[in-house]
Design a protein around this ligand. Sequence first.
Ligand SMILES: Cc1cc2nc3c(=O)[nH]c(=O)nc-3n(C[C@H](O)[C@H](O)[C@H](O)COP(=O)(O)OP(=O)(O)OC[C@H]3O[C@@H](n4cnc5c(N)ncnc54)[C@H](O)[C@@H]3O)c2cc1C
Length: 354
Amino acid sequence: MRVAVVGAGSIGLAVAWRAAQAGAEVVVHDPEPGSGASRVAAGMIAPVTESHYGEAALTPFMAASADAWPAFARELEAASGLPVGFRDIPTVVVGVEDGDRAEVERQTELYRLTAREVETLTGRAVRRTEPLLSHRVRAGVLAAEDRAVDPRAVHDALLAAADRAGVRLEPTAVDDLDAVDADRVVIAAGCGSARFGLPVRPVRGVVLRLRAAPEQPVPRTTVRGYVKGGSVYIVTREHGEVVIGATSDERGFDSTTGTAGAVHDLLRRAIELVPETAEYHLAEVSVGFRPGTPDNLPLIGRLDPRTLAATGHYRNGIALVPATATAVAALLAGGDPGPVAAFAPQRFTEQEET
Ligand SMILES: Cc1cc2nc3c(=O)[nH]c(=O)nc-3n(C[C@H](O)[C@H](O)[C@H](O)COP(=O)(O)OP(=O)(O)OC[C@H]3O[C@@H](n4cnc5c(N)ncnc54)[C@H](O)[C@@H]3O)c2cc1C
């Protein structure tokens, strides 16, 4: 079977890699592989702390993907010969002021609905877990199974693994799916998927990359929290990279206006929670566009007998790489794709027709 994948972000490449492993002849079309959200993302794999009201249908899929990540990371590293920066370190969620602590408590009720490990900690216990937290943090929540990976390393590794598996990269944009010469076409173009009539819109996010010197202490957990009503997260990688994110707003594909305010807000919140972050070098400010959908759930499934969608992963496209690739590979092979019924790409059109 000849499979064409439109988009060489991490979703498209993982789908291509899995399809090639299953014996398909695969071509990935992308004029600029990695130019989308996949290389901007922070890399949290957070089935607990990324749960949101109204998104319960995502819970089992996030859980399956998070559980698949450790083995997926090992397999990808072996197949590519490259590290992917998977870190089995926990996440703490904290608030300093009363309103922020109340928000953490509200979120904790939601976290518990995921039926994964969630533990409320006293101020002392949370600072023992994360010694770099401000002394003003008086309580927190531990999500021991919310981990992280380095999305740029993952993208590099997927490019290499796909190449080794025989996937061909075609460096051109697809305008017309009918003109693509393949038995099956998978749309995995992130925000670019809108061009093919899919209900995907860009949700802008600013994220900062800081660098700690070798002698500087860095957080040993992923720290998430609320500061005067605003949220922030701090994700630490091996070798001293510290990622602070992320804003969220909708301004189309505008990647310039408002970034100064975003940097200010993110740094202020991060320093409030982990004062040591003020001591690091600010290495990069990046702007990315999450592929959002009307109900915040991805679009995974068949559009017609030849065309499939694997897009709209919004805030969780890195976390959902393993489960999406498995589901789409199963769909391509005519097998059971697992718990993706809620993500049928035609769900909005069908609702409008009734
Ligand atoms: C600030 C920020 C922080 C984030 N943090 C996290 C996180 O911590 N954890 C997490 O799980 N997720 C996170 N995300 C979300 C995640 O980045 C996305 O959901 C994911 O990267 C989507 O991957 P993708 O492969 O579908 O799309 P993309 O990575 O956007 O790739 C799409 C590709 O399609 C190509 N393309 C577009 N149109 C065409 C066309 N017509 N023809 C050919 N190619 C085309 C583009 O060139 C691009 O390379 C974050 C996102 C942002 C912006």
